[in-house]
Write a protein that binds this ligand. Structure first.
Ligand SMILES: [Zn+2]
Length: 266
């Protein structure tokens, strides 16, 4: 911590940290180099002010989040879904407005996609197990050559209805579900559009797969594999990772962080 060149913010007790220090720390801590095949250009996507006194966390990089971040005087915004996927073909239309909003407010944008689904400490999937009181047992669900999901065990078997009740209450969501399994005990978790982990779920002996976004294609597979699949919402399954990164940064650097909620209901 001492090597990070912390500076006292004159306006209050919280710290001001150089952007470059935060970015190199995040790149390492979030282990971006382990995901070379991610379509998301993970890391710093837009460079704003060289010094950061407040960090914002959000799921999606979009105008609403950028305007809120500007109002809240946020210097660095860390998101799960960034602006740059693959590369930039043109900066026009929505992309021009979005990048313009960031540059006007001098806000830096940092994206962390697959590494933040998978990460063993801050990742969406591990955090989902934690808040749902599912004991972590192992990894499953290969995606782009990396296992990004986790599975675990409930202390006691639940009915699917009771399990969905727990998910909806904890994540403040309204799940839809496919009910082809008998019980809920061994649960696999893959946030977002993770339903294709259903093949690995079957191989791993999981009875219930919890993912984000609903998929029509999952229905007949779940039917024939005799699995339960719970779709808790893409957004609702992906807020925990960025929040965990925010808490870690406050603890490590003493910097102010704030989660900007912009639920899609999807
Ligand atoms: Zn996602």
């Amino acid at each position: 911590m001492l090597s990070f060149g912390l500076v006292r913010n004159l306006s209050g007790g919280m710290k001001t940290i150089p952007l470059a220090k935060l970015v190199s720390f995040l790149n390492r801590e979030l282990r971006l180099s382990e995901f070379p095949k991610d379509e998301s250009a993970n890391g710093l996507q837009v460079e704003g002010s060289a010094m950061v006194h407040k960090i914002g966390l959000a799921v999606d990089a979009c105008d609403h989040v950028f305007q809120t971040a500007a109002d809240k005087k946020i210097g660095l915004l860390i998101v799960h879904h960034g602006l740059i996927w693959g590369g930039i073909r043109s900066v026009s239309g929505v992309m021009r407005k979005r990048i313009g909003a960031l540059l006007d407010a001098d806000i830096s944008l940092y994206a962390c996609h697959l590494p933040l689904d998978w990460h063993p400490d801050y990742g969406n999937n591990v955090q989902l197990l934690k808040v749902l009181a599912i004991k972590r047992m192992g990894e499953f669900g290969e995606y782009h050559g990396k296992t990004i999901g986790y599975w675990g065990s409930l202390t006691k078997e639940l009915s699917l209805k009771d399990f969905i009740g727990r998910v909806d209450k904890t994540l403040n969501t309204r799940s839809t579900a496919l009910s082809f399994g008998k019980k809920v005990k061994k649960v696999g978790v893959v946030s977002g559009g993770g339903w294709s982990a259903i093949y690995d779920a079957e191989k791993t002996g999981i009875d219930t797969l919890l993912v984000g976004e609903p998929s029509h294609s999952a229905y007949t597979l779940a039917e024939e594999m005799k699995l339960n699949v719970v779709f808790a919402g893409h957004y609702a399954t992906e807020t925990l990772g960025v929040k965990a990164v925010g808490s870690m940064l406050t603890k490590k650097f003493g910097i102010k962080t704030e989660f900007i909620d912009h639920p899609t209901g999807l």
